[in-house]
Design a protein. Structure first.
Length: 279
């Protein structure tokens, strides 16, 4: 479990008190936060292993148009008792989809690179695409990087910060140039959360990632795509620059806090149909 005792004093000092109905978090000085073992604290290596598209390339050009964002959850075969087997993408199909994207001329980039192109005169490849993974499951940081790195592609990991991936697993994809953003602390329904719980879920998860890995954490992924105007306002107040949900459209620069993503569940035909969506 992660070492996050520093969050206790930080959050108490910031006034993040008040417990939600379903998600425990620090409310008194004696409260402890579940954490991964300290043996997995991050030690940053000086040698860069970033994939090619983790930084803008010479052939890229200014671009402010629509960009498709695709979403995966678990990779592998769903257990027989899994209540949501559609959230699992078998390894061979995931590899097939990445090979098809490559053959079709797509190049994966991070969401930060897209926002830099949209708002700060940055550049993108001719057919950019953003590949995202929600929640934080081991295959997302073990199997997926092996496939994506063959093409020089990074991805975006939206991490649930309480008891999901180990720090060293997150550090591994960061060294490849992946973007790591927040998916809340415990994945509650933010639309029904109390004001204190909403602030905690947004701020504590971001601060943990920032302080542990020294990364900006500009993006937030709404848990289960549950949000309303109050949640969007809280996301902005917490310092995020963009937020993703699910939908059937390309993302555009017009709504950075409502960026739709095509959730992938059934295979290559679905991916091809999604990317053929008018935009």
């Amino acid at each position: 479990m992660r070492a996050r005792s520093f969050l206790l004093a930080l959050l108490l000092g910031a006034g993040l008190a008040g417990c939600g109905s379903s998600s425990p978090h620090p409310t008194t000085a004696s409260t402890t936060v579940r954490s991964r073992t300290a043996a997995h604290r991050v030690h940053h290596a000086p040698v860069s292993t970033e994939v090619r598209n983790a930084t803008p390339q010479p052939g890229w050009r200014p671009y402010t148009g629509p960009v498709p964002i695709i979403l995966y959850h678990e990779l592998g075969i769903a257990p027989p008792t899994e209540p949501y087997p559609g959230l699992y993408m078998p390894y061979p199909i995931f590899a097939q989809e990445m090979a098809w994207l490559h053959s079709a001329g797509y190049q994966a980039v991070t969401l930060d690179e897209v926002l830099n192109a949209w708002y700060h005169h940055g550049t993108l490849p001719a057919k950019p695409i953003v590949i995202t993974f929600d929640n934080g499951y081991p295959p997302q940081v073990t199997f997926a990087p092996k496939i994506l790195s063959k093409y020089g592609w990074p991805a975006v990991l939206n991490e649930i910060t309480d008891n999901h991936l180990y720090n060293y697993q997150i550090a591994h994809v960061l060294k490849l140039g992946w973007e790591v953003d927040s998916h809340s602390v415990t994945h509650p329904d933010l639309a029904t959360a109390t004001p204190a719980e909403l602030k905690y879920q947004l701020v504590a998860s971001r601060q943990f990632l920032q302080r542990t890995f020294h990364i900006p954490v500009n993006g937030f992924a709404y848990p289960s795509s549950d949000f309303n105007a109050t949640v969007i306002a809280a996301v902005k107040a917490a310092g995020y620059k963009d937020a993703t949900t699910e939908g059937f459209a390309y993302a555009t620069r017009n709504e950075p806090y409502l960026l739709p993503r095509f959730e992938q569940e059934t295979g290559l035909a679905q991916l091809q149909a999604d990317l053929a969506t008018p935009h």
